[in-house]
Design a protein. Structure first.
Lengths: 430, 345, 298
């Protein structure tokens, strides 16, 4: 008798916990987050207020655009839901809301590397038939990055590509190929500075740089079926270019710790002849007080095997959730975002690279963003980072193995074959 | 959970200082205990229920998840499909470092998969734990012995020691990341050019140094409290007997501080086994600095159920370490907190 | 005679001994001061560097002059400037709100448990104590996966309650543990006398014990608040832009340009986050040390 009485509240706690667990059992069921997704046919003609979800609006471009839209569509107003600045957190936030079949996430801005995952989960409205978005005039790689299994799931809104920055005072003409660039390293040596650097720390930036090296040499990470394709001579040559450059000092040893910022700083301090980085460097390198390359900054397309190299593609696309209640409005809003006028605003106000090829030759824009012609070449030749629903596993495989190769811990060939095997296991997950 | 924590002599609480059983004579002790028990159960209920919800529920839920397969891709539609029950496959995969193979079955996880990192991460976690706790104990002991002396400015030192402890770990990590930069103050100050985050051992040392800095104060204060409970007369007597400083340390200080020290070491060890913020921000887990906690977080993005299995394994490992500590090394946490005023009078 | 000589000789010897002892003491105290200085430098140098960097112009982030140069307040302005989207002010409020809520809940619940554990005699006491201690050792990562899933399913992701509830899981055991140790030290005889005067146990607790326990509760509150304030792992996974606390905000500080890591502003933010804690710690130093060590030693 005594014991049960004492235990009563405790037992209550236990029962409560178990009850909760029972509820959680249901949660366990949806854990995979897989299974079909929503109905792509539902609500296609429905109109009404919607929400647009995007990462932090750092340069205040989205708000004015939404105001503009709302003024013109008082019955189909768009609310802006701003996420964090961190790509990982944006990704998780989208996953959670899609998984919860949240109808409030009508239109979402998705990073090019998430499209395949979200599409495979069945969360994105295929942009075809009645829901088609016209992609004529858009740069081909940006459209490719928004597609999964041949269907467009996300309309390209902004793009991004790598640029080769160089010292105009030391290099008369930018190198066109990797070999040319390596030959010019003697100039760096004569001037006692480092020759080339990109981003080689073990993080997403290394996936970008390693893929660029592989693609530029004519290889590819995944083949057209989405299967890994790394045991090739081209891939080996590409990765070996970086490995060799590290070995012979053309890439300074400290570059193994570089992210975008460290490499930019080294270049700005006059410690590098060539730098692979994103367009944002232009602004800082030409305006920052401490910059030593203000007047001698040259820009060119990334060097490849015989001509321009293959940049990795960055940027964002706009996708419509299958759970949206007002897909007709959502579609109109997506179309609005990719219109030329808005693209121009993105470029001038937010320094975001447009997706229409024609805009790169626009005089007004080029005057403001002198890197546009170079960037156009870069994006035209760009290869999207591996389009796969298992992107987190694929990027892990590339980073870890490329990093080991760059540090000289294993030959490029072995690193690539390990990459191949790792990516295979990711895809094989049942 | 930790009910087996040590040999716990069932004795009245605080019986030394404040006799509890002042009940009127004639009332049976059993009844007294019963009524107190009833009282106690209601007082404890909110805590037990709260902990049940925030801890017991997640444990059970994680275990249920860990027996499910992660979603897989339908090769025809290209869409994800539900994984279904997995049995203990997730656990087998982690422990054996097995990854799914094409066409079914499993293969040894190749480098570049999270599955292939399990034992390295376990090793790294234990390496960090052993080294940091050892450093913290030795340094902490030394600091405590200094702080136990009387000198001008002792208050200042004691306050300063709390500063690293008060800075949030996330800030600490950013701070050390900045100082360990190739162009940072540490390389400059010691006139070296080490790529701290660029290769295995420098990266590990960076984590160890930062963690030691951050947590030694905690250790020092716990030891200091232990030191201060040793009556000065004991030392005087030893001195009179001609004991050297080393003998005094070994024969008096160490044994008397040991109970407090063991508990401090236990707490720090369990803390170190859970290490996350510091390596996560400082090195991102590169160069074999991935701890078990970081591995779990990385796995969450690649599959919840497998992550749940790994977090359960982590929990079991930590539980086992705690158990071993209490059982075999005599870190008697319950006893320590249960016995009042021990050695005080 | 003999006695006098003997005593003189003895005194001389004692003098000599005293001198040697004094010398030894002098050296010992020199050693103590040197050691104390080493401790001070080891503990404060990194914090010093944080503050120096916080006051440095952003263009000179990597300046390694050991004293303040290129002094500016800009970084503090940058830290609070919302135009890059670093809602640091909001994050500060979030941290305070979460910290206070967690602390209050833990104290309200924990004080009863601690009272029972310190004062009452009952079966399974050590089982309960063991359970609570075990809870405090529970690894945060083991909570993350299921909570992530649960909060996603019930739509709590990124809400304040999603951050507060997991925090309770480690703050509550700490609270109970610390309070129990404090309560054991209290003069409970007063409660007995109050009861003799006709108070019920509840009244005695409220009128006599609570006022006496106030300092202990206050110290525990500080410890609870600090541990919630410093939490990162759970918040980094379960918070969103609007609810994230300072630790997460600082870890994801953004600069004017994408990819830019504004170290000077991060250090400024770090300084802001740390200063209130350091003041709290300095003011309540003795109490906090007592609280930290309460459980482990007594």
């Amino acid at each position: 008798m005594k014991t049960p009485r004492f235990l009563l509240p405790v037992a209550t706690a236990g029962v409560l916990a178990l009850t909760l667990t029972a509820c959680g059992g249901g949660g366990g069921g949806t854990t995979g987050g897989g299974g079909g997704g929503g109905d792509a046919e539902a609500n296609i003609d429905s109109r009404g207020p919607i929400t647009y979800v995007q990462g932090k609006d750092n340069s205040n471009v989205v708000r004015p655009l939404i105001e503009k839209w709302n003024a013109a569509h008082p019955d189909e107003k768009v609310t802006f839901k701003e996420q964090t600045d961190q790509a990982d957190q944006q990704h998780d936030d989208l996953v959670q809301n899609f998984q919860a079949k949240n109808a409030d996430y009508d239109v979402a801005s998705v990073d090019v590397v998430w499209t395949a995952e979200f599409a495979a989960k069945g969360w994105l409205q295929p942009l075809k038939d009645k829901m088609a978005v016209d992609t004529a005039g858009m740069l081909e790689p940006t459209v490719e990055a928004g597609s999964y299994k041949g269907t467009l799931y996300a309309a390209p809104v902004s793009s991004d590509g790598g640029i080769l920055y160089y010292r105009k005072d030391l290099v008369p003409e930018a190198p066109k190929t990797w070999d040319e660039m390596m030959e010019m390293c003697s100039i760096a040596k004569a001037n006692k500075i480092g020759c080339y650097a990109g981003q080689f720390k073990q993080y997403e930036g290394l996936t970008v740089n390693a893929s660029e090296a592989i693609n530029s040499a004519g290889g590819s990470v995944l083949n057209d079926e989405g299967k890994p394709n790394l045991n090739t001579a081209e891939a080996e040559e590409g990765l070996n270019n970086l490995v060799e450059a590290f070995k012979n000092g053309n890439i300074p040893a400290e570059a193994i710790t570089y992210q975008e910022e460290e490499s930019r700083r080294a270049f700005q301090d006059g410690k590098l002849l060539f730098l692979r980085n994103w367009p944002y460097v232009y602004n800082l390198a030409t305006t920052e007080g401490s910059s030593k390359v203000k007047d001698v900054l040259g820009m060119a397309a990334l060097p490849g095997k015989a001509g321009p190299g293959a940049s990795s593609l960055g940027g964002h696309s706009a996708a419509i959730s299958v759970y949206s209640d007002h897909k007709a409005t959502a579609l109109d809003f997506v179309k609005f975002l990719v219109e030329e006028e808005q693209q121009k605003f993105f470029a001038t106000q937010g320094s975001l690279a447009p997706v229409f090829g024609a805009l790169y030759d626009d005089k007004e824009l080029v005057a403001k963003l002198p890197y546009l012609p170079v960037l156009k070449t870069s994006i035209e030749n760009a290869v999207p980072r591996p389009v796969t629903p298992f992107y987190p596993a694929v990027t892990q495989a590339i980073q870890e193995n490329a990093y080991a190769a760059l540090k000289g811990e294993k030959p490029a060939k072995d690193a690539l074959s390990d990459m191949q095997k790792s990516i295979e296991t990711a895809g094989a997950g049942s | 959970m930790a009910t087996e924590l040590g040999p716990t002599p069932v004795k009245g609480p605080a019986s030394g200082t404040t006799p509890v059983h002042h009940g009127p004579k004639g009332v049976g002790e059993d009844n007294k205990i019963l009524s107190q028990g009833k009282w106690a159960s209601w007082l404890l209920a909110p805590t037990i229920i709260a902990l049940g919800i925030v801890i017991v529920y997640p444990i059970i839920s994680a275990m249920i998840m860990s027996f499910q397969k992660d979603a897989g891709l339908d090769p025809v539609t290209g869409l994800f499909t539900e994984g279904g029950p997995a049995g203990i496959q997730n656990y087998v995969n982690w422990l054996g470092q097995q990854c799914a193979a094409q066409g079914g079955g499993t293969v040894a996880c190749p480098p570049g998969t999270l599955g292939g990192q399990f034992w390295t991460a376990t090793g790294t976690t234990f390496l960090f734990t052993v080294i940091t706790v050892a450093f913290e104990t030795v340094l902490g002991f030394w600091m405590a012995m200094i702080m136990a002396r009387t000198f001008k400015g002792r208050g200042l030192v004691r306050a300063a020691v709390l500063v690293p402890w008060a800075i949030p770990t996330a800030v600490t990590a950013q701070l050390w990341l900045f100082m360990f930069d190739f162009n940072g103050i540490i390389n400059k100050l010691f006139n070296v050019s080490i790529l701290w985050t660029g290769s295995e051992w420098p990266a590990k040392w960076a984590v160890i140094i930062a963690d030691t800095w951050k947590t030694t104060p905690f250790m020092a204060l716990l030891i200091l409290a232990g030191l201060q409970m040793i009556p000065a007369e004991v030392y005087e007597a030893a001195k009179v007997d001609g004991a050297t400083a080393w003998q005094r340390f070994r024969m008096i200080t160490l044994p008397l501080v040991k109970p407090a020290l063991m508990v401090a070491i236990l707490f720090r060890t369990l803390d170190a086994l859970r290490m996350f913020d510091l390596p996560y921000i400082l090195t991102g887990g590169a160069n074999n600095t991935t701890t078990l906690s970081i591995l779990v977080i990385n796995q969450i993005r690649q599959g919840f159920n497998s992550a749940a299995a790994l977090s359960t394994i982590t929990f079991i490992i930590i539980f086992l370490v705690a158990f071993i500590f209490v059982r075999f090394l005599g870190a008697n946490v319950v006893e320590q907190s249960g016995a009042t005023g021990k050695g005080k009078k | 005679m003999t006695t006098t000589t003997a005593s003189t000789a003895l005194r001389a010897q004692q003098d000599k001994g005293r001198k040697a002892a004094q010398n030894r003491e002098k050296w010992a105290s020199v050693r103590t001061y040197v050691s104390a200085a080493v401790i001070l430098i080891w503990c404060l140098a990194p914090a010093y560097w944080m503050v120096v960097t916080a006051f440095r112009e952003v263009g000179f982030t990597y300046d390694t002059t050991p004293w303040p140069t290129h002094v500016t307040m800009d970084n503090f302005i940058t830290a609070f400037d919302t135009s890059f989207g670093n809602r640091f002010g909001q994050a500060l409020l979030n941290s305070i709100f979460i910290g206070v809520t967690v602390t209050v809940i833990s104290l309200v619940i924990g004080v009863f448990a601690a009272y029972a554990l310190a004062r009452l005699n009952f079966r399974f006491k050590y089982l309960v104590l063991g359970f609570i201690l075990g809870a405090s050792m529970f690894p945060g990562v083991a909570l993350i996966t299921p909570l992530f899933q649960l909060f996603t399913n019930i739509g709590w992701m990124g809400t304040y309650q999603a951050l507060i509830i997991p925090n309770i899981s480690f703050v509550l055991p700490l609270t109970v543990y610390t309070l129990t140790s404090f309560f054991r030290e209290m003069p409970w005889e007063l409660e007995e006398s109050a009861r003799v005067d006709g108070c019920t146990q509840g009244q005695a607790f409220r009128k006599v014990i609570m006022p006496l326990a106030a300092p202990a509760i206050f110290t525990t509150a500080i410890l609870a608040f600090i541990s919630s304030w410093n939490e990162f792992l759970i918040a980094s996974q379960l918070s969103n832009e609007a609810t994230k606390p300072v630790t997460v905000a600082i870890a994801s500080f953004a600069g004017a340009q994408p990819n830019q890591i504004p170290y000077t502003a991060i250090m400024a933010a770090g300084t802001i986050v740390t200063i209130p804690l350091v003041i709290l710690v300095l003011v309540f130093q003795r109490k906090i040390v007592a609280g930290l060590t309460a459980g482990a030693v007594k």
